[in-house]
Design a protein around this ligand. Sequence first.
Ligand SMILES: Cc1cc2nc3c(=O)[nH]c(=O)nc-3n(C[C@H](O)[C@H](O)[C@H](O)COP(=O)(O)O)c2cc1C
Length: 238
Amino acid sequence: MKITVINGSEKHGVTYRLKEFFLEPFRGAAEITEYYLPKDCPNFCAGCTACFLQGEERCKDAAYVSAIEKSLLEADLLVFVSPVYVYHVSAAMKNLLDHFGYRWMPHRPAKEMFGKRAVIISQCLGGGVGSTVKDMRDSLSWWGVSTIKSCGFRLMNDIHWDKLPEKKRASMTKKLQKTAAKMKKINYAKPGRTGLITRGKFFAIRMLQKSVGKTNPDSLDFRYWRDNGWLGRERPWK
Ligand SMILES: Cc1cc2nc3c(=O)[nH]c(=O)nc-3n(C[C@H](O)[C@H](O)[C@H](O)COP(=O)(O)O)c2cc1C
């Protein structure tokens, strides 16, 4: 199986360690590709909207974004990891998610995302892990991913791994190992079930795209939906 990991920080701190505990059972059994931000996608989205209106290849950062996207599309399991920075994902992670705005369902979702599985890992000192997990979940779910597990932690005592109480370290490790064991048991040859919420979003946007087509048939998004057959009987899930 293939795993693609997006690290929202380059630091080898607590978030990095937690991610390593999760990946440990997969080492040797899976092909793991990791990206570290901002190194692997260093430039900010400038809001030019070229990706939405002209095509993602027109983005000034297409070389970075397309390499990461290829890996995400080929992976069986996506792992998104970020520390909490002022109640949200790191700026580097937010920047990557912004670059994938054109993959949100109202635009041009990739059919490969439907049926994929994802795990989100985050931690904070005292507060904000819920909103941070939601930052990543929002993008993943609007890309079409339905099976999303999250492991969010509050350290409470200290932000240095070695200074955390043994009990705290053990409870976080156990939760990550349990989640990894669950994810390892999955038969990745079979796509995950696309849930009702994702299907509901798809059908609402299908109606929207049908009406866009009447007034603006040259729209890139409309043509994408039409050419995929989604305005007819085709669906991105199996
Ligand atoms: C810029 C910045 C903002 C942070 N904001 C929060 C926050 O809003 N809530 C919180 O509980 N911890 C916050 N923290 C602590 C981090 O979430 C995290 O626990 C700490 O950076 C250790 O993780 P790391 O070793 O992976 O970097 C912040 C840390 C930094 C550097």
